[in-house]
Write a protein that binds this ligand. Structure first.
Ligand code: NAD
Length: 435
């Protein structure tokens, strides 16, 4: 099949490369010429494990190409995926649909044959109806078109594996012909027996938000339990294990930490609340989740200040990890952003090291001194803080760090160290949710 991907970001590029790997002929179109130029030169515009090799092999096989030209990209396509950003709209928290609507208009104007338009961006209920209206207005009766919803569930950092071996594929379609096209698009995964759920378009749109809001709730729940553990002398890691072994609960997303961040949960929980408000259906649980999570990030800053002895003025804090999770360079809504701000507000100076995130982070955090290694970052610091659980931080040479720092305090916001192992080197250890 011939597939066009509008948007070559974290979702569009990974999905496009994976579809090409399935044997489809894929063109990724992005309006950002620097991204397309990089891709044409074999350079990945984002960091995602395995992506460079996957792109290179499919480009070499002639199945994957890149362009800034929507018209050429869309011509002859059986399916056009829209995978553009849907950030929070400034001011009111609604999903900003301007990119989706603009893409729909451009695709509509470029369609030159029968074509299914597939919305992969995360969009509020009813967006598919509007995309269909926009596309039909441009296409008229000349070609057969249908709009389906196919929300994406991949996780950055594990995106290729998630795309090729998904827990499920959700397809929201109001048209049998479009559903058949989608069966062809995902045929290799049908053959692997990936669960595929066909549903109405609005339902598919809501599934994505319900999934993210549920996961955000799970994280926030365990974070509050962690706070209670600290107050009553219990251990949240054991609580997580103790409840997660119950199959009805499940062990995933029960790791207490600095609060969720990233390019999806914060904006998607907000957008779901806006949909709920617009429909007069209060969602008090998700409202609380958003509020508790917002408070948590600055609370982490206060936790670090406490580890400094209650006064941060004139002290130096070293952050290890800046991205919202490991194995990505994505800094969107990373908890580190709020943590840095609260430390600077408290009078501390901040140094940092992140294996992949520093290029983007340097622009967002101009007051932070970026270091070349974890060891350079911790030099002369009064507290070392693990913000992101990169593998590289799981086996740090603590003896060396003890020699480099000014004050031996380790704040482990991801609970990746055992207290005894850290204290053996003379550090005060501050984990999350432990006595
Ligand atoms: P992104 O910002 O990385 O990529 C979006 C790309 O679209 C950009 O490169 C931009 O230049 C391009 N673009 C915008 N308008 C365009 C147009 N009219 N024509 C061509 N290109 C255009 O965003 P992302 O992280 O890939 O997210 C895309 C969507 O997928 C969002 O709705 C997001 O919520 C959803 N999603 C993201 C993830 C994730 O982990 N990042 C996971 C699941 C779903």
């Amino acid at each position: 099949m011939k597939i066009t991907m509008i948007g070559a970001g974290y979702v569009g590029l990974v999905s496009g490369a994976c579809f090409a790997d399935f044997g489809h002929e894929v063109t990724c179109v992005d309006k950002d010429p620097t991204k397309i130029d990089a891709l044409l030169g074999g350079i990945m515009p984002i960091y995602e494990p395995g992506l460079e090799a996957l792109v290179a092999s499919n480009v070499a096989a002639g199945r994957l190409s890149f362009s800034t030209d929507v018209t050429a990209g869309v011509a002859g396509a059986d399916a056009v995926f829209i995978a553009v950003g849907t950030p929070s709209r400034r001011g009111d928290g609604h999903a900003d649909l301007s990119y989706v609507h603009a893409a729909a208009k451009e695709v509509g104007a470029a369609i030159a044959g029968d074509c299914v338009i597939v919305n992969k961006s995360t969009v509020p209920v009813g967006t598919g109806d509007e995309v269909e209206r926009i596309v039909r207005e441009a296409v008229g009766d000349t070609h057969r078109v249908a709009v389906v919803s196919n929300p994406e569930f991949l996780r950055e950092g594990a995106a290729i594996g998630d795309f090729k071996r998904p827990d499920r594929i959700v397809i929201g379609s109001e048209d049998d012909w479009a559903s058949d096209v989608m069966r062809q698009v995902y045929r290799p995964l049908f053959l692997n027996e990936a669960p595929i759920l066909f549903t109405g378009r609005r339902t598919a749109e809501l599934i994505k938000y319900a999934a993210n809001a549920f996961l955000a709730t799970k994280i926030t729940f365990i974070n509050e339990i962690a706070d209670l553990c600290e107050a009553v002398g219990a251990d949240v890691q054991d609580v997580s294990r103790g409840i997660g072994l119950d199959n009805r609960i499940g062990a995933k997303f029960l790791h207490a930490g600095p609060g969720y961040g990233g390019s999806c949960f914060p904006k998607d929980t907000l957008a779901l609340l806006k949909t709920a408000q617009d429909n007069d259906v209060p969602m008090r649980i998700v409202e609380s989740v958003v509020q508790v999570n917002d408070n948590r990030k600055r609370a982490m800053g206060r936790k670090i200040v406490n580890a400094l002895g209650g006064d941060a003025r004139g002290k130096k804090v070293a952050l290890l990890g800046l991205t919202f999770k490991p194995n990505t360079d994505d800094m969107r809504d990373a908890p580190s952003l709020a943590i840095v701000q609260s430390l600077i507000d408290a009078g501390a100076s901040v140094s940092a090291y992140d294996p992949e995130g520093m290029k983007v982070a340097a622009d967002l955090l101009p007051d932070v001194t970026m270091a070349d290694t974890a060891y350079a970052a911790v030099k002369d610091s009064d507290a070392v803080v693990i913000v992101t659980e990169w593998d590289a931080f799981r086996a740090l040479d603590l003896a060396e760090i003890a020699r480099l720092v000014r004050t031996k305090a380790l704040v482990d916001l991801r609970n990746i160290y055992r207290r005894a192992d850290v204290e053996r080197h003379g550090f005060a250890y501050h984990g999350i949710g432990m006595p």
